[in-house]
Design a protein around this ligand. Structure first.
Ligand code: COA
Length: 214
């Protein structure tokens, strides 16, 4: 748990708050250094819990306040207790452009796909339903469902969590490590295909040789 000062606790009158990048860049959040420190500490703990390491072997958190401030991602933060108030969970969502191959080998381009990017409940509270209440609150606020989301590098615990609470189990592993459950595609209209959607449909020569400058 991350203890927070009475000053920061005043921002946490509700148990759950949602912070996005633009809120972090303006008052009052950008005037309280502890906001960034608390986010960084929760992100660091999440990184440790998931075993995320950089090339130098140090923890490589997915959630860092300076990155959040420069993004359009949203961070849900759950607090607990009165005095001292403590932060006990985080859940970060954002949009990603993904290429995804479904079970039939059809490629889907998922543009601005809403994705779960980080999710952590303090060890002392895990397996007590805290993760579920945080996740449910996020779904309601985002007006979405668990199967409509992509999941960045989900840990075995998150895979178990989604199977237990949302009966999501089947997915096709991808090189980009994002998981999109098969049910996502079952509920969607047939995808718009390109000539390159599957190996079988791919022409032997390039479709056209126009040059593109992007
Ligand atoms: N081992 C296996 N499954 C686990 C688990 C563990 N240590 N902890 C939670 N789960 C899964 C199980 O399905 C569990 O149900 P069970 O206890 O009947 O087996 C279910 O989650 C519990 O749900 P809930 O209590 O609502 O979730 P939670 O508060 O434990 O939060 C996580 C879920 C994933 C956020 C939490 O376990 C966590 O922070 N894990 C470490 C970080 C992590 O892996 N994050 C995922 C990011 S990719």
């Amino acid at each position: 748990m991350v203890d927070i000062s009475p000053q920061l606790a005043r921002l946490f009158r509700e148990d759950l708050i949602v912070i996005d990048g633009s809120a972090l860049r303006r008052p009052p959040l950008n005037q309280i250094q502890e906001v960034a420190t608390a986010i960084d500490e929760m992100g660091r703990r999440s990184g440790i819990a998931q075993g995320l390491k950089g090339p130098n072997g140090a923890v490589a958190p997915v959630t860092q306040s300076f990155k959040l401030a420069g993004s359009s991602e949203r961070l849900y933060i759950l607090a607990n207790g009165d005095s001292p108030r403590q932060l006990i969970g985080i859940l970060k969502v954002g949009r990603k452009n993904l290429f995804h191959y479904d079970a039939r080998g059809t490629m889907h381009q998922l543009q601005d796909q809403p994705s779960v990017l980080d999710f952590y409940v303090h060890e002392a509270f895990q397996r007590g339903g805290v993760g579920l209440s945080l996740f449910q609150a996020m779904l309601e606020h985002e007006e979405t469902s668990a199967e409509a989301l992509a999941y960045d590098r989900p840990s075995p615990k998150l895979i178990g969590f989604l199977r237990k609470h949302y009966h999501l189990a089947e997915f096709v592993p991808q090189q980009n490590n994002f998981v999109v459950f098969n049910r996502f595609f079952e509920k969607r209209a047939a995808p718009k295909q390109t000539a390159y959607d599957s190996v079988a449909a791919r022409p032997l020569t390039a479709r056209n040789n126009r040059r593109r400058f992007q």
